[in-house]
Design a protein around this ligand. Structure first.
Ligand code: PBG
Length: 321
């Protein structure tokens, strides 16, 4: 009797047969493109730490969103870079803030583009922390919740399809859900960054958004990368509070958590292939196309339904979808 491997080799060698037995696919629809928007600029400005990625003025962001749609992507995720930062991060919940302006402009020009908005204060606060500070410099979790909820409601009012809180304050999903419901946005889903590690992989993002904390770090409110059970507990808590999509971040250093969170929650799971993961591949001397597709496949194989990635446009082109 021949070894089964003989047939396996044939399956691998013959493109159609290989496709038939392939377990995991990556399609453009499953990918979302992060977009940095900055009202104060015309056109776009390259971000040094992220080769091939730019900060966009409003018009340029609309053009990017149109391209995302033409390429069949699942949507865009907006991150705002305000013109001014202050202690409370007040541009975050300003109806005329940069994310609100960009959301309205994108939805007016291309109503079918799915717009997800990042809900956090760190891009807007002068100190770069994700919540309000007490006099002693520690983050005041409970007082931050109202501001985060106001931000989410303001994004919904501007036309956001999904809001994505990334601040990691405790209880924020429930608080945001309550405010959205009472303001008439009970149909707007929450994509919660549930398992978000305090990670060195966010550095290029912080350079792009100017959101590096001016003192201290985020270890008090972001998770210890050593903890997996805690990630599952956080995800389950967010589900209880009303999260509709659960996010794990970063992706490649947390493939086990993508798997576990999917198994434990049975919710739609998103994974964020963050700035440092992108930069690591993009600036290496290896084949970036091959590495991007290999890592995206691994993230999908781990159980992610949605992948947020700076490779989204490239990947859609490479995949030919
Ligand atoms: C805001 C936020 C961050 C990222 C997404 N939302 C930065 C951080 O937590 O410091 C990182 C995304 C990336 O690195 O691409 N809280």
């Amino acid at each position: 009797m021949a070894f089964p491997q003989t047939r396996l080799r044939r399956l691998r060698r013959t493109p159609v047969l290989r496709d038939i037995v392939r377990e995991t696919d990556v399609r453009a629809r499953q990918l979302m493109l992060p977009l940095f928007v900055e009202a104060a600029i015309d056109g776009h400005r390259p971000i040094e730490a992220l080769p091939g990625v730019s900060r966009h003025g409003i018009e340029s962001a609309v053009a990017e969103a149109a391209e995302a749609q033409e390429l069949g992507l699942g949507g865009v995720v907006l991150f705002g870079i305000p013109s001014e930062k202050d202690e409370q991060g007040s541009e975050a919940w300003d109806d005329e803030g940069v994310v609100q302006l960009a959301t309205r402009a994108i939805k007016a020009a291309h109503p079918d583009v799915i717009v997800v908005t990042d809900v956090c204060l760190c891009e807007y606060t002068s100190h770069g922390h994700c919540g309000l500070l007490r006099d002693d410099g520690s983050v005041d979790n409970d007082r931050s919740l109202d501001l985060l909820a106001r931000t989410a409601v303001s994004h919904a009012r501007a036309g956001a399809d999904l809001v994505a809180p990334s601040d990691m304050m405790d209880g924020r999903v429930g608080h945001i859900r309550g405010e959205l419901d009472s303001e008439g946005f009970s149909d707007i889903p929450i994509m919660a960054y549930s398992a978000k590690h305090a990670s060195g992989f966010y550095d290029p993002f912080r350079e792009a958004a100017g959101s590096t904390p001016s003192f201290g770090d985020r270890r008090a409110y972001q998770m210890d990368p050593a903890n997996g059970d805690e990630a599952v507990r956080e995800a389950l808590l967010d589900v209880e509070e009303g999260a509709d999509i659960i996010m794990v971040k970063p992706a490649l250093s947390a493939l086990d958590l993508i798997y576990r969170v999917k198994q434990e929650t049975r919710m739609p799971v998103a994974a964020y292939q963050v700035s440092g993961e992108y930069a690591m591949i993009k600036t290496s001397s290896m084949d970036d196309r091959r590495l991007a597709l290999e890592t995206l496949t691994a993230i999908r194989r781990a159980g992610a339904d949605i992948v947020i990635t700076y490779f989204a446009k490239d990947a859609a082109r490479w995949l030919g979808t």
